[in-house]
Design a protein around this ligand. Structure first.
Ligand code: SAH
Length: 397
């Protein structure tokens, strides 16, 4: 195994559990390690740091796996996959579908495994993981009884790592899976869905949102396969309007709605949300609850300013349409925008719209997306549930 010596760097980051070593932090590579192979890592003073996967083609030159040597990779994978599964079984004892492995958060940098009953959908974002896919698939098959295993890779992350963009079915097929989140049932279509097929990160927040929705008129904007609105319907909302710009996702939302038995009225609308909100304002349409869950506006640092403007405009447009005493349920999945910045954006939007807000819940992603405090990159989702009061109107009863 090759040895890699680091420059004199800020060691605190690595000593507290950050898992990335950048290419400019490397002093010397002894030998010629293959991409994706294990290397021994040493601090500049010669002290042993640990073991990681090496990639000379990436800015992320090493992904640290352990503070100790790793004598057997298969054993390491078995232990970590089962530790990750154990956590999910503990926090979601009644569910069979969740994010089972969340990359760095489960000490498997670059590997995401979403479990849909006995179907396992992988996102492989590092060369080290790609090189060990046979072992990973074999563990899912032999140790967990997987019936279907395939990838739904992200071109963006693979390109950063110098990996080709391909997808593969290793076992079984990628047919529709019927899952549930404990309350709502979904038919997940992997062939034309987004990401691995379902956004598990909002599961706990959908549950909370649904519990507020009885008797309300709801807009689920950026609904994707309908998770938020379906929870509102489950909790007897009066009506839910599902809006997404993707025809395919609106079809998924409708399929999911019909797959459950709800008494609530529902409309499935293909529209661009900014335009939809503007049209509602022009027509005088109002809602008791508006849910906003857009894609990341700031995927990169350089987009922060326009992203903030986008969030502000979106939330202002939503606030304008919310009945006095109603709810604004708003999220941002932009890692580059902090919790404080996001709250400030909403505060400013409320000021401009002459509304007073009452924050009733702030949270992040669901429990199957644990956070490593020394790796802020593992925490990205910001979720806020506000009650909205109109300064110009009577107090709601
Ligand atoms: N709320 C969803 C996840 C939202 S993902 C859930 O709980 O599962 C973001 C969604 O926004 C995607 O489905 C995407 O198709 C949609 N989208 C992106 N830009 C949009 C726009 N400008 N107008 C409407 N929908 C948009």
């Amino acid at each position: 195994m090759a040895n890699v010596k680091l420059r004199r760097i800020e060691e605190r980051r690595l000593k507290t559990g950050h898992q990335w070593i950048f290419s400019n932090e490397i002093q010397e590579v002894e030998g010629n390690p293959e991409n994706g192979s294990l290397v021994n890592i040493y601090y500049s003073n010669g002290q042993y740091l640990g073991t990681g996967f090496y990639n000379k083609h990436s800015l992320f030159a090493i992904r640290i796996l352990d503070k100790r040597p790793i004598p057997d990779l298969r054993t390491m994978f078995v232990e970590r996959i089962f530790a990750a599964l154990g956590l999910r079984e503990k926090v979601y004892p009644n569910r069979k579908s969740y994010r089972m492995v969340f990359s760095e958060s489960d000490f498997l940098p670059g590997l995401i495994i979403d479990k849909y009953n006995d179907t396992y959908v992988l996102q492989v974002n590092t060369v080290g993981m790609e090189k060990n896919l046979d072992i990973i698939v074999d563990i899912l098959h032999r140790n967990l009884g997987a019936e279907n295993v395939f990838t739904r890779n992200s071109p963006y992350f693979r390109q950063l790592e110098g990996l080709e963009f391909t997808d593969e079915i290793f076992i079984g097929n990628d047919d529709v899976q019927k899952i549930d989140d404990g309350k709502v049932k979904y038919r997940v279509n992997f062939q034309d869905g987004q990401k691995t097929g379902f956004y598990f990160d909002q599961c706990d927040n959908r549950n909370f949102t649904g519990e507020l929705a009885e008797g309300l008129t709801v807009l689920d904007a950026f609904c994707n396969s309908g998770g938020f609105g379906l929870h509102c319907a489950y909790n007897n909302a009066e009506s839910v309007d599902f809006v997404d710009s993707s025809v395919v996702e609106i079809q998924h939302a409708e399929v999911n709605f019909n797959h459950n038995v709800f008494a609530c009225e529902a409309n499935f609308i293909v529209a661009e949300v900014f335009e939809y909100l503007k049209n509602c304002a022009d027509e005088g349409k109002r809602y008791d609850m508006i849910i906003i869950d857009p894609p990341a506006f700031a995927k990169q640092k350089k987009n922060i300013i326009p992203a903030k403007q986008g969030y502000q405009k979106l939330n202002r447009s939503a606030l304008r349409l919310i009945n006095n005493g109603g709810y604004l349920i708003t999220s941002s999945c932009s890692f580059h925008i902090t919790k404080e910045e996001f709250l400030d954006i909403i505060k400013e939007a409320a000021y401009k719209e002459e509304k007073v807000l009452q924050l009733i819940r702030y949270s992040g992603a669901s429990l199957d997306h644990p956070i490593i405090p020394s790796m802020p990159e593992t925490s990205y989702l910001k979720f806020c549930a506000f009650r909205v009061f109109d300064l110009k109107q009577e107090d709601p009863s």
